[in-house]
Design a protein around this ligand. Sequence first.
Ligand SMILES: Nc1ncnc2c1ncn2[C@@H]1O[C@H](COP(=O)(O)OP(=O)(O)O)[C@@H](O)[C@H]1O
Ligand SMILES: [Mg+2]
Length: 242
Amino acid sequence: MHVAATVPAVEVDDVSFAYRGGPSALEGVTLGVEQGAFVGIAGPNGGGKTTLLRLVLGLERPTSGRVRLFGAAPGTRGVRRVGYVPQRAQLASATPVTVREVVEAGRLGIRGVLGPLRAADRVAVGLALERVGLRDREAALLRTLSGGMQQRAFIARALAAEPALLALDEPTTGVDAASQESLAALLAELRAELGVTILYVSHEFGAVEHVVSRLVLVRGRIVFDGDPADLPALWHDPSHVH
Ligand SMILES: Nc1ncnc2c1ncn2[C@@H]1O[C@H](COP(=O)(O)OP(=O)(O)O)[C@@H](O)[C@H]1O
Ligand SMILES: [Mg+2]
């Protein structure tokens, strides 16, 4: 195996964070994620799941502590590519954008200014559409697709960047159960075939419990980190969590 594979995908070391002027959002968070892992991040609304993702991706800076992505500070040159599907990304705008245009935008981070697509861009876009099963819908307007299909378009956009890490923030909100299950299967396949590391945020256990090998429960700090099967029974009770 390549030496780089021994570098963890994510290292969060005793990180605390507060939004400006606000109370602490996260305190004393330490989390290591090996490459190729499929980690579910769950917890109540306001628990800090989105904040944790944003810290990992370098979109927020820790108030104290340190974050490393593939051994380097997030956002620095040379850090391996990350794909991010932000919370509520699946809401289609009124803009008449096609599925293919959404996915092409995933090449922006690699190419800088989006001029005419080069062959490599077109190949990456085509493969991403193929992977999520939207090749035959590429000319359709995004807003004409079902919620589940729109969500797949946003995942394809993230995949078009050929990421080593894929971070999804509540991708199944407002999506039916069948789409949730096929998304889980798609992610498991991506992980197996591409070796991509996946951080999957959900506020529900049910959505992540059966597909991830590790569950991290965030409630201002990490209150559980391990095999979902070892989760104390108490925490399965939704009334306790929400
Ligand atoms: N942009 C922001 N400015 C100020 N406070 C925020 C901001 N985003 C989130 N918060 C606060 O930080 C805490 C964690 O929020 P968040 O990370 O969004 O939780 P989750 O994703 O688990 O619902 C909450 O108390 C929330 O109100
Ligand atoms: Mg959130």
